[in-house]
Design a protein around this ligand. Structure first.
Ligand SMILES: Cc1ncc(COP(=O)(O)O)c(C=O)c1O
Length: 483
């Protein structure tokens, strides 16, 4: 495919043509180009509502595309060096579920790091696969999980040689990568597929200073959140098939099991436009992002009591490479938790970061940022540092040991359960997850034994006002366990 074709937007063009033709819309959505919901239309503008249509002949059909959606997906696949791309309108979550369901049937084993996103667990429940968890490496000083080592994955592969797939994260929320290429080589020798969660790596294809993408390292499939770092609208993602013998018909079938039959054209058009933008000027935009974030990280590292971590950690276990746009900042020497710093920045400086944990905050820097945004963050941290007493102690530096899976997540999901007080749940088997959100990594997973250490950790997170999700009791005083 010629580069020039990347300059086109087949889906967006078809939608503009439809809007210009002033068709009388006897089709859903029932707001009929915004007329049925005037308050929203007057706020966001008529054109946006006119773009909110449903599948029809000239606009193609999402669940079995042969026209402009097919053309747009083809351009997307080509740009990302994939054999096939599927647009996703339910985020990378649906892509991860589809990847797992495409290669695992009930009872098949899948090897994955225990710090995988909750969508991997839901994919495991839906497919009936049996998880073989590998402990991710830990940065003790920061209190965060990193990637996995090749040795640990190799060990898991050798002791589970019949597993169907290895699942990896590239990069982690904090920006660290594992050696995907080396893992692909080993996994393929054992006829295992390599599936990659690239939710945080959609931009990495477009500048040589970023870690290598899953496709570039020979992975069979990956799912990427174009909406997180590629410029498209929230929920718009893509599922890619690489140079693999995975059947794209099978993947399509699985996607149609879990997909909506009314995909949003706004979301799909945003993928079409963001793909074109990345093709035409992605490198230039990302060079600017890198310049800004490098400046900010250097400035932050001059401030007393804060530490902007990054490439300096490459070489540590589970840190083969690093995505510099993830601006993780350790704030514990200022005497604040990450959660407190997040609130302080929001309430006193009007800055919202992507996430906080017990010791750190994480700012995501992307093609939508300006140097003024970064200056505001740096200045706020300087101000906070000036007003704080520097303390060289670990206020909280505690990551619990993950528990053991004793019943497959799918089996546990369907078994009878009861609600017990969290404080009485030690030794019982969890039948729901508890996760800090973001990052959405389960602290306890369905089918695992609840330990005292996990209960203590959940209590610390609650005390620190961390956003906990997954349980039927929103305050997590109670948890569902197996009978
Ligand atoms: C590591 C990771 N994987 C997958 C997802 C799911 O992506 P999406 O929000 O596009 O569904 C997220 C979301 O934050 C994530 O952090």
């Amino acid at each position: 495919m010629k580069n020039i074709e990347q300059n086109s937007t087949p889906l967006f063009d078809a939608l503009k043509k439809y809007i210009d033709s002033n068709v009388i819309p006897f089709h859903v959505p029932g707001h009929k180009h915004g007329k049925g919901i005037p308050e929203l239309t007057s706020y966001v503008g008529e054109r946006m509502l006119k773009m909110d249509v449903n599948g029809m002949k000239d606009l193609d059909y999402f669940n079995n595309p042969t026209g402009v959606i097919y053309e747009a997906e083809k351009l997307f696949a080509h740009l990302f060096s994939a054999k096939k791309a599927f647009f996703l309108v339910n985020g990378t979550t649906s892509g991860i579920q589809a990847m797992i369901m495409s290669v695992c049937k009930p009872g098949d084993e899948i090897i994955l790091p225990r710090n995988a996103h909750t969508s991997a667990v839901s994919g495991i429940i839906l497919s009936g696969a049996i998880p073989v968890y590998v402990e991710p490496e830990i940065s003790e000083e920061l209190g965060i999980t990193n990637g996995v080592t090749v040795d640990k994955i190799k060990e898991a592969i050798e002791s589970h040689p019949n597993a169907k797939a290895v699942f990896l994260i590239n990069p982690t929320y904090y920006g660290f990568t594992s050696d995907v290429k080396a893992i692909v080589e080993i996994a393929h020798k054992y006829n295992m597929f390599v599936l990659v969660d690239e939710a945080h790596g959609a931009h990495m294809n477009f500048h040589e200073d970023f870690p290598l993408t899953a496709m570039a390292q020979g992975a069979d499939m990956c799912a990427l959140s174009m909406h997180k770092t590629g410029g498209s609208l929230t929920q718009s993602s893509a599922l890619l098939i690489g140079d693999s013998n995975i059947s794209s018909d099978k993947v399509r079938q699985v996607l149609n099991l879990i997909y909506t039959s009314s995909a949003s054209y706004l979301l799909m058009c945003s993928l079409d436009i963001a793909r074109k933008q990345m093709a035409i000027k992605g490198r230039k935009l990302l060079e600017e992002v890198l310049q800004m974030v490098r400046w900010a990280r250097d400035e932050i590292n001059e401030i007393d009591g804060v530490y902007g971590f990054g490439k300096d950690l490459i070489g540590n276990p589970g840190c083969v490479d690093f995505d510099e746009t993830k601006l993780g900042i350790n704030v514990r020497k200022l005497g604040y938790t990450g959660y407190e710093m997040e609130s302080k920045l929001r309430n006193e400086y009007n800055i919202q970061v992507e996430l906080a944990d017990l010791n750190n905050i994480l700012a995501i820097v992307s093609i939508g940022d300006s140097i003024e945004n970064l200056k505001a963050l740096v200045d706020s941290l300087k101000d906070i540092s000036c007003k704080s007493h520097i303390k060289d102690y670990n206020r909280i530096n505690f990551l619990p040991k993950y528990s053991k899976v004793v019943i497959s997540p799918r089996e546990a999901y369907y078994m009878d359960k009861k609600l017990v007080k969290l404080s009485d749940s030690e030794g019982k088997i969890a039948s729901e997850m508890v996760m800090a959100y973001p990052p959405g990594i389960p602290v306890i997973c369905i089918g695992e034994v609840i330990t005292k250490e996990i209960i203590d950790y959940i209590n610390i997170l609650k005390n620190e006002k961390c956003e906990l999700q997954g349980t039927s009791d929103p305050s997590v005083n109670y948890i569902k366990v197996l009978l």
